[in-house]
Design a protein around this ligand. Structure first.
Ligand code: MSP
Length: 676
């Protein structure tokens, strides 16, 4: 039986529509899966959606839908996008599916029967955004991962004896250095575990959107245990069906689990501990990549700086996005996305690079050799440049393969495109078009060698690049007269396999050049989308359009008719309505020179960006504030502080003798929303 290869993406939360951050992981996995198939492995590629928990329950509520309706809708959007992009997943798991629910309960039972679960009471902080128990003290204390305010939870829970697994986990990391990649993440995890592990609450009882704990349905299973289990439930763990059991035996343990760096702890500490507790084998490797940044911060719905994949597909196509992400970003590190960089890479490497090499080589073979791969001339009339290309192609095959094995996509592609550049230079230097005008035997034979050499190098780059740019390479392969590229056994790739005399297919350009308007078009599409978001995406914004901000009012011009003041020093609702409180997002923050307490902030209110000077420098460092959503008194008359005009005030609690604490939100709220 052939070697197997089981690869997984994280399952994505359905609280937001997919963006290119999600596409990044999925594309990387798809490239690996396609390559494994070309190498002949029995590949199983799993992706899906994470649909339970408090965060999703609240997002559904905010959208005015039942959790099931809501998750059905968003999960289908993820799946439709992957289909549109031609992602070759073999299975798509949703955690709300029956098969998953039953099998998770089975896993819970097994861990409990093995003596690793006990009942207790959890009192502490919980971050709903990360669905994480946080070792912070006090209501509203910031989450250690994302800085958002945490909620205090006091619940009767089931606990998992995580503390007893520290030594075994440590042994796993030391004995299997590839278990966590890259090295930086491995070091982080090791120091986290070295710091000691506390038992983990693995159930919740104050809401119901989850999988009931077996024999105690008042509790639902902690969403991360539920979600992590997808990697085994999808392939049949816990099923009584023979076929499912066989699939589980065949595919588990996973060969590669790809994740973003923010979920390393869940995957490299909790997940292996759960598997140990259930006496199941460990995945072979967990690879954490970095973040895709946009406008300098992590692309995420809550920061409002996402780029939709559809925009890029509409204008440049899936191959362009795939190539850009895997070529531009060093896998494992953070990388920036911009439309300018995308179009520049597209034009330089795809349109002018591979696309141009394919069309000029194939067009000349069509023109000068009636579309049949020419025979290279006898060794005596060969020149050094010909064999230099063959030599460099041999090197590229070996190095590209080894770089792909280590998931160093950008270096692998850089190598392959080095060959494209070398062949371009070779063509320019040898001027085949000039030889094409001559009919003497020597010119014909040189021409044949040059075009054969170019076409063979093109074939090699095409095969190597196929996992990354599947559509274009499939077309070039067919134009080379080679049939279905997916059937080509990549491990056999070597110089000299191009069939002599083979008939080329129809030659057509694969990457039309993109002009400047491509960037503008994509930017415009994103702007339009931001101003008319779908109901699922930003429900409260759709229900409550942002009103244009009025100029700061003075107290002398009341917004509403005065009414008789209520007794007891209380104010009327009309009085309160005079205060315009809005959600803003900090875009820039810096210390004010010569003032220890002041920060100068630029705050986005949806319709404008305001300068606000706030006395919070002793409580917050400027970097901590960028991207954070705050509450602004938007209609406060401007005033000057240290010579800087402040247009509005940030709302914060100022405990006696303590540090200021900014008001914030536990759920996501669109910028500009009014508080009332
Ligand atoms: N549901 C959990 C994962 C459970 S897995 C058992 C979750 N979901 S998520 O929707 O937030 O997706 C997280 C993953 O999406 C990241 O780990 C990463 O793979 C990908 N990305 C989301 N935004 C990203 C960027 N801005 N940049 C890079 N990857 C990003 O966490």
């Amino acid at each position: 039986m052939s070697k197997k290869f089981y690869i997984t993406t994280p399952i994505y939360y359905v609280n937001a529509r997919p963006h290119i951050g999600h596409a990044y992981t999925t594309i990387a996995c798809d490239a690996v899966a396609r390559r494994q198939r070309m190498l002949g492995a029995d590949t199983h590629f799993l992706t899906g959606t994470d649909e339970h928990g408090q965060k999703i329950e609240r997002a559904a509520q905010a959208a005015g839908k039942t959790p099931q309706e809501f998750t059905d809708e968003v999960s289908a959007q993820f799946r439709a996008l992957w289909d549109r992009m031609g992602i070759t997943y073999d299975d798509y798991i949703r955690t709300t599916e029956e098969r998953h629910k039953k099998r998770v309960q089975e896993l819970f039972r097994r861990i409990r029967d093995n003596g690793h679960i006990y009942r207790g009471t959890y009192t502490g902080q919980y971050c709903v955004f990360d669905e994480l128990y946080v070792d912070a003290v006090g209501p509203g204390a910031p989450c250690s991962e994302c800085g958002r305010p945490t909620e205090t939870v006091k619940e009767e829970n089931y606990f998992f004896k995580l503390s007893t697994f520290a030594d075994r986990l440590f042994n796993l990391y030391t004995q299997h250095p590839d278990f966590i990649r890259p090295e930086t993440r491995r070091n982080e995890v090791m120091s986290f575990v070295r710091g000691g592990l506390r038992d983990l609450s693995i159930s919740r009882s104050t809401f119901s959107w989850g999988i009931p704990v077996p024999d105690d349905p008042k509790h639902v299973i902690y969403v991360w245990l539920d979600a992590l289990a997808n990697y085994i439930t999808a392939i049949g763990y816990g099923s009584s069906h023979k076929g499912a059991q066989e699939a589980f035996q065949r595919y588990w343990p996973a060969d590669l689990q790809m994740i973003g760096k923010e979920i390393v702890r869940f995957h490299c500490v909790y997940w292996p501990a759960f598997l140990m507790a259930a006496e199941l084998p460990m995945p072979k490797s967990i690879m954490a990549h970095g973040w895709l940044l946009f406008e300098e911060s992590k692309m995420s719905k809550s920061r409002g700086n996402i780029v939709r994949t559809e925009t890029i597909l509409d204008v440049l196509g899936a191959d362009a996005l795939r190539y850009f992400l895997l070529r531009e970003v060093v896998f494992g590190q953070d990388g920036s996305f911009s439309f300018d960089a995308l179009v520049q890479r597209y034009n330089a490497d795809l349109a002018n690079g591979l696309g141009n090499l394919a069309s000029r080589t194939l067009t000349m073979i069509t023109r000068y050799f009636r579309g049949e791969v020419p025979y290279p001339s006898a060794a005596v009339s060969q020149k050094a440049g010909d064999s230099a290309i063959a030599e460099s192609a041999r090197k590229v095959i070996a190095e590209c393969n080894s770089l792909f094995e280590q998931y160093q996509f950008s270096r692998a592609l850089e190598m392959a495109w080095g060959l494209v550049a070398a062949v371009d230079k070779y063509i320019v230097e040898n001027e085949p078009w000039a030889l094409g005008e001559k009919q003497d035997e020597e010119s014909r034979s040189r021409l044949a060698t040059i075009l054969y050499t170019s076409a063979e190098a093109l074939r090699i780059v095409t095969a190597l690049a196929h996992p990354v740019i599947p559509d274009a390479t499939a077309k070039i392969w067919a134009q080379l007269g080679l049939g279905d590229i997916r059937k080509f056994p990549l491990s056999d790739l070597k110089w000299g396999q191009l069939e002599l005399g083979a008939k080329l297919g129809n030659v057509e350009p694969v990457f039309p050049r993109a002009d400047k308007s491509a960037i503008e078009r994509m930017q415009k599409m994103e702007e339009q989308h931001r101003s008319t978001p779908s109901a699922t995406e930003t429900p409260s914004a759709a229900a409550q359009p942002v009103a244009p901000l009025v100029a700061p009012q003075t107290a002398a011009v009341p917004a509403v008719k005065p009414t008789t003041p209520p007794p007891d020093g209380k104010i009327s609702i009309e009085d309160f309505a005079k205060v315009e409180l809005r959600v803003g997002q900090v875009k820039a923050a810096e210390k004010v020179k010569g003032a220890d307490k002041l920060l100068r902030l630029e705050v986005d209110l949806g319709t404008e960006v305001r300068q606000v000077v706030a006395g919070i420098a002793e409580s917050y460092s400027p970097e901590l504030l960028i991207g954070r959503k705050v509450v602004i008194v938007a209609n406060l008359a401007p005033r000057k502080l240290r010579g800087l005009e402040s247009n509005g005030m940030i709302v914060a609690a100022s405990p006696e003798g303590g540090k200021a604490v900014l008001a914030g939100f536990l759920e996501d709220v669109p910028v500009g929303t009014r508080l009332k």
